[in-house]
Design a protein around this ligand. Structure first.
Ligand code: NI
Ligand code: MN
Length: 230
């Protein structure tokens, strides 16, 4: 499969049959110069929480592509008002989709949805574990470091997409501790350098992982719009 980083926490995962977007913050994403028109046919959109830098362009993309949105129950209620097709899930649940299975994991964060002058309740924020083509991918969403990440070690994660930007989520040092809990084979840092408040230095991960004897973990620092085969 191919994984394309769109900057911030947005990823496009493509298999032969299916294109999946995670947290499609594209139009207003300062790191992403892609226009919505340049996207391939999108089949599924996974949304970790209701904040605008994650829910992003979900409504317009889901409409344009008749994509199915996988998100928590509360966000699905919100999206259904816009006639968007949704598959609601909740923390701890796993479901078999045609492309593979998805488990919703806990994230410690907020999930309010800005709707005009109001904030709509967006349920609990989440992360996702996707099992696609014999690879396990963990997208942490926005979260602080949690002890629950220790449970993910049993999932044998191949690729972990982890926030490193701090301020709203865990920073580089907590990301290193998360790696110690999860023991993924590869990590892709995310949620950094998009705004001034979340500046980070992903290249420091190498030495910080070495310090705690985790140099076997591969670090894939993807540039925005860079695509890699996995
Ligand atoms: Ni957020
Ligand atoms: Mn965010």
């Amino acid at each position: 499969m191919k994984i394309k980083y769109l900057g911030h926490s947005a990823f496009l995962i493509s298999t032969k049959e299916t294109n999946i977007l995670i947290d499609p913050f594209i139009k207003d994403n300062p790191l992403c110069s892609l226009s919505l028109k340049e996207l391939p046919k999108i089949d599924y959109i996974l949304v970790t929480h209701g904040h605008s830098d994650h829910l992003g362009d979900t409504i317009s993309i889901a409409r344009e592509h008749s994509a199915n949105v996988i998100c928590n129950f509360e966000i699905s209620l919100y999206l259904q008002k816009y006639n968007i097709k949704c598959h609601p899930m909740h923390i701890g649940g796993r479901f078999d989709f045609p492309f593979g299975n998805v488990k919703m994991t806990i994230a410690i964060h907020g999930s309010g949805i800005i709707d005009g002058n109001h904030v709509v309740y967006g349920g609990n924020p989440c992360g996702f574990i996707l099992n696609i083509e014999d690879k396990k991918i963990y997208h942490a969403g926005d979260t602080g470091l949690t002890m629950e990440m220790k449970l993910l070690e049993r999932e044998n994660i191949d690729i972990a997409m982890l926030p490193i930007g701090g301020n709203f989520t865990m920073d580089l040092d907590d990301c290193v501790l998360a790696c110690d809990f999860i023991k993924p084979k590869t990590i892709i840092p995310m949620h950094y350098d998009t705004f001034d408040l979340i500046k980070s230095h992903p290249s420091d991960l190498t030495s910080k992982l070495e310090e705690i004897n985790l140099s076997s973990i591969k670090i894939d620092i993807l540039k925005p719009e860079e695509e890699k085969n996995y």
